[in-house]
Design a binder for this molecule. Structure first.
Ligand SMILES: NC(=O)c1ccc[n+]([C@@H]2O[C@H](COP(=O)([O-])OP(=O)(O)OC[C@H]3O[C@@H](n4cnc5c(N)ncnc54)[C@H](OP(=O)(O)O)[C@@H]3O)[C@@H](O)[C@H]2O)c1
Length: 288
């Protein structure tokens, strides 16, 4: 059992205890998640600070850089503490323009799992999310062939747990009919609330919901209501956005991204903010 002073306490992903306050490593690669970071030493320092502060859940992908983020994680943290769980995803490649073309055929998925094992320096991946849809969001369509490929790799002992990402509720259900999942990683934040019903349904099943772009991603969250509530609480808008997610549902795990140790500290302190019922009612107006 992990004990933590991080806001939100802990959650168990399958059989893996993690802090609900995690870290998303995507922003460590170069601009638009291509190439190396401008500050290599700074990127390593952020990763080490995350672990020193008690974070036990890091989110990554072989597609970040590509390869760059996984290599930074390995350089900064390998050999990994037993308590640390690195979650990766497969299902998209990168092209020369920085796009994210789907790569969900069985051969691409197998290759990507092996690449993740190699760049992270692991024998088994703790949790692999099958990334669906495209840059515009989830798209309908069967996930059976791709998900069954990952189940096969799980049965070979290369993956402990599975999840889906950028998925419609129908795709989540289709995957669950094939094999258990321990998380769904979709876009969700104060202003982007399409998954409200899905989050509640997953909470009832004890499955984690891990919002990507919790702070708005490449376009930081901006809202006059958010600014007003933050000013009243004498807090940063980013702090309010993270605290709101932690209070929204106990199955929500945070993976805010940052390339700055200062922001990492600010986000941990900020997510501990306690929001009153009145604050929550006001913030609810943003995304509804
Ligand atoms: N499954 C998927 O398809 C998918 C898609 C996208 C992302 N993800 C995952 O989700 C994670 C989170 O998403 P994200 O990093 O793209 O977006 P995010 O967490 O919503 O926002 C990150 C941005 O917020 C800024 N930021 C962070 N803390 C701040 C603070 N205290 N004050 C001001 N600015 C702050 C960061 O800039 P600084 O670097 O300057 O702090 C960065 O530009 C990623 O790291 C990745 O692991 C998954």
């Amino acid at each position: 059992m992990v004990s933590t002073s991080l806001p939100g306490g802990t959650w168990t992903l399958g059989d893996l205890p993690v802090t609900r306050f995690g870290y998303g490593a995507m922003q460590l690669a170069g601009p638009w998640v291509m190439g190396p970071p401008a500050d290599h030493g700074g990127a390593l320092a952020v990763l080490r600070a995350a672990v020193e502060l008690g974070i036990t859940h890091i989110d990554t992908s072989e597609a970040y850089g590509p390869h760059v983020t996984n290599q930074l994680i390995r350089e900064a943290l390998h050999p990994y503490p037993d308590s640390l769980h690195i979650v990766t995803k497969v299902g998209a490649n990168r092209d020369q323009q920085g796009g994210w073309p789907p790569a969900r055929d069985p051969e691409s998925l197998r290759r990507s799992v092996h690449e993740n094992l190699e760049t992270l320096g692991l024998d088994v991946l703790d949790l692999v999310n099958l990334r669906l849809g495209d840059a515009a969001g989830p798209q309908p369509g069967s996930v059976a062939e791709a998900f069954e490929t990952l189940v096969g790799l799980q049965q070979q002992g290369l993956i402990r747990h599975l999840g889906v990402s950028n998925a419609t509720p129908e795709q989540v259900a289709e995957a669950q009919a094939i094999a258990p999942i321990v998380c769904v990683q979709n876009m969700y934040n104060l202003a982007h609330r399409q998954d409200d019903e899905l989050i509640d349904a997953l909470a009832e099943q004890g499955i984690a919901y891990v919002p990507f772009f919790p702070l708005g991603g490449f376009s930081p969250l901006q809202s006059s209501v958010l600014s007003t509530v933050a000013a009243r609480l004498e807090a940063a808008p980013m702090s309010v956005a993270l605290a709101w997610l932690l209070q929204r549902s106990p199955n929500i795990l945070l993976i805010p991204g940052t390339s700055s140790a200062t922001h990492l500290h600010e986000n941990i302190a900020g997510a501990a903010l306690s929001l009153s019922d009145d604050d929550l009612a006001e913030l609810d107006k943003i995304g509804r």
